[in-house]
Design a protein around this ligand. Structure first.
Ligand code: GTP
Ligand code: MG
Length: 393
């Protein structure tokens, strides 16, 4: 077992006060299960030059016809003036943002992104409808500079194919490859690393790279999601763990007061009887609250693609193997051997407890045991989440 720390002054005050008011029945604090991992919204921004087909793409991507209600307005004149958010019908956690086009010749990517609220988006799709343009590179470079990712979509491929078809020796694959190469080389030449390019027509979704784009998105979505988590979660995660810890900690002494009760067993070396049932029940509760149980770990493993065994391997507390009366008694015995605490101190500081000697000793033991286990399990919870978030697929 780790260190057994001493009750702090503040807690002592709270204990005394509550004992005075004797409202011991006020039961456990409720812990709100802030299951953040499940509810990460993924914001995709669709950006590119004015008229490149962003709004048409947003509709296509959402599987919605251009004339349906809830579709993004698209048109031959400049149409989209403000970022607008559309939920994705297939992936409930995905929001697609239709952005205004980048227009003027002296366009600056950083200013544009500031205007449309760059920080809001987790992922970008840059739409280009014509031959390779420098403004697209500016967008791509700015996105990479901010450590975010993008796909590059070359739109209106149906137009190109129609025009090329007039030529003799028309070869569709060759034309498509030429367009693809032009995009990839243009981006690379201008310092954009490993660009992913899709050729699509928002009017002919079954053709060209649209199915591939969907497949890629579907495959990579969990990975991208984890990246958002990776950026935002370490802080959030600590906050949640600390919140849970505080809530659980607040209930410890109440549980400890119950421990002089009926189901006490003598602990070797401690010359005191402790209610082990309370300990088992309470520690099991911590274990579940921190998501260390098999079911929670399996879910986490599925969500993050980190193998279950690897998540389990970073847990240090012996409590992860089994929480049973036997294990708890062993831990208590070990703690007793290491000079658990100065029992007399407790007897003298809390007069009410002093009048029920066995209960007092049992109280102090239970209190320390719970606090120490809570700390251990909170640390393990943090270790597991760190492991889950830091691994690359
Ligand atoms: N042939 C063809 N035309 C398209 C395609 N996608 C869009 N268009 C047409 O291109 C024009 C501009 O499309 P929008 O979707 O409004 O373009 P946008 O990028 O949203 O434009 P702004 O919001 O003004 O920046 C419209 O007339 C669309 O019908 C496509 O895949 N193929
Ligand atoms: Mg538009």
């Amino acid at each position: 077992m780790g260190d057994f720390d001493v009750i702090e002054e503040e807690e002592m005050k709270e204990i005394r006060e509550t004992l005075k008011r004797s409202n011991l029945a006020s039961s456990d604090e409720k812990i709100q299960d802030t299951n953040q991992l499940d509810h990460v919204t993924f914001n995709i921004a669709v950006t590119g030059e004015s008229g490149s087909g962003k709004s048409a793409f947003v509709n296509a991507f959402r599987g919605i016809g251009h004339d349906e209600t809830n579709s993004a307005p698209s048109g031959v004149v400049e149409t989209t003036m403000e970022p607008k958010c559309y939920p994705h019908p297939k992936y409930p956690d995905v929001q697609v943002w239709d952005l205004p086009g980048i227009g003027t010749p002296n366009f600056r990517a950083d200013e544009y992104f500031q205007k449309v609220g760059f920080a809001r988006y987790d992922f970008f799709i840059i739409i280009a409808s014509e031959r390779f343009k420098v403004s697209n590179v500016e967008l791509a470079r700015e996105i990479q500079k901010m450590k975010k990712r993008f796909y590059f979509v070359r739109s209106k491929i149906d137009d190109n194919i129609r025009a090329e078809k007039r030529k003799k020796n028309f070869d569709q694959d060759k034309t498509l490859n030429q367009i693809r190469e032009d995009c990839i080389k243009g981006l690379q030449r201008n310092g954009v690393e490993s660009p992913v390019v899709f050729l699509i027509s928002s009017f002919d979704l079954g053709y060209y790279d649209f199915p591939l784009l969907e497949q890629t998105m579907e495959r990579e979505l969990p990975k991208h999601k984890r990246n958002i988590l990776l950026l935002s979660l370490p802080n959030l995660m600590l906050e949640i763990i600390n919140k849970k810890k505080k809530a659980l900690q607040a209930g410890i002494w109440k549980k400890a007061l119950l421990s002089g009760g009926v189901a006490t067993v003598p602990i070797p070396g401690l010359s005191v009887a402790v209610d082990v049932t309370i300990l088992v029940k309470e520690i099991t509760r911590y274990y579940q609250a921190f998501g260390l149980d098999d079911e929670s770990l399996q879910n986490l493993s599925a969500r993050t693609e980190v193998p279950l065994e690897e998540l389990k391997a970073v847990r240090k507390s012996p409590l992860n193997k089994e929480i049973s009366a036997d294990v708890i008694i062993k831990l208590l015995t070990k703690a007793a051997g290491a000079g658990l605490m100065v029992i007399g101190y407790w007897m003298s500081t809390i007069p009410v407890l002093g009048s029920i000697p066995a209960g007092g000793i049992s109280y102090a033991t239970t209190y320390h045991m719970l606090k120490s286990c809570l700390n251990e399990l909170a640390d393990d919870s943090q270790n597991v989440l760190m492991r889950a978030l830091q691994s690359e697929v």
